[in-house]
Design a protein around this ligand. Structure first.
Ligand SMILES: C[S@@+](CC[C@H](N)C(=O)[O-])C[C@H]1O[C@@H](n2cnc3c(N)ncnc32)[C@H](O)[C@@H]1O
Length: 183
């Protein structure tokens, strides 16, 4: 199974009709669309990306599929997500998806970075409900990707998060999926 599919199947275990979810890197909008289909009209998906192009791609995709009403999209760094969401959502988030790296159809020089990624992950874990989950996919092939993966791995071990790991292939620079569950 591809890592993206594996992440989705893990996320599905904690998300249902009415859930609240966050996509911390909405990019082309595929993960936001996936989440919005799971939460249905009663739930909400909050999507973040620093690039206007990504926000536009996501908005267009969600409109096209008629899921836009249950999604809020922010052109903001994910490390600041707590400043943009209602504080009463703290401890109520069922799932957070984080697909790191660059926007496939965009500028490949604009990538996520260890500092804001780790800051966002610590806050995301805090905002999860008990049994809530985070999926993080790291890509090591781009500039800074190895450092970012190391930072994510170290963060998970520093906080002793319950985490399962999957590798995309057997190569040294394989993408890696981290599946974290809040106890
Ligand atoms: C691999 S893409 C995400 C793919 C997306 N989840 C999808 O389903 O199409 C990574 C995205 O992270 C975004 N990004 C980079 N730094 C960011 C930051 N600090 N905060 C939020 N998004 C960021 C990029 O602009 C890019 O669109």
């Amino acid at each position: 199974m591809r890592l993206v599919e594996c992440a989705k199947s893990y996320i599905k275990s904690s998300v249902s009709n009415g859930s609240l979810c966050i996509d911390l890197t909405c990019g082309n909008g595929q993960d936001t669309l996936f989440l919005s289909k799971l939460v249905k009209k009663e739930g909400k998906v909050y999507a973040f990306d620093i690039q206007q192009q990504a926000v536009q791609f996501t908005r267009n995709l969600l409109r096209e599929h008629k899921y836009i009403s249950q999604v809020e999209i922010f052109q903001q760094c994910h490390s600041s997500f707590t400043e943009h969401l209602p504080q009463e959502l703290k401890y109520k988030i069922s799932a957070v998806m984080v697909n790191l790296g660059y926007l496939p159809k965009g500028n490949h020089l604009i990538t996520t970075n260890p500092r804001t990624t780790c800051a966002a992950l610590v806050k995301a874990y805090e905002w999860l409900s008990v049994n809530g989950v985070i999926s993080v996919i790291t890509y090591q092939g781009h500039e800074g990707g190895i450092e970012e993966n190391t930072a994510v791995k170290n963060l998970i071990s520093q906080y002793h998060w319950d985490c399962k790991t999957e590798f995309g292939n057997k190569k040294q620079d394989s993408p890696i999926l981290y599946m974290i569950r809040k106890k």
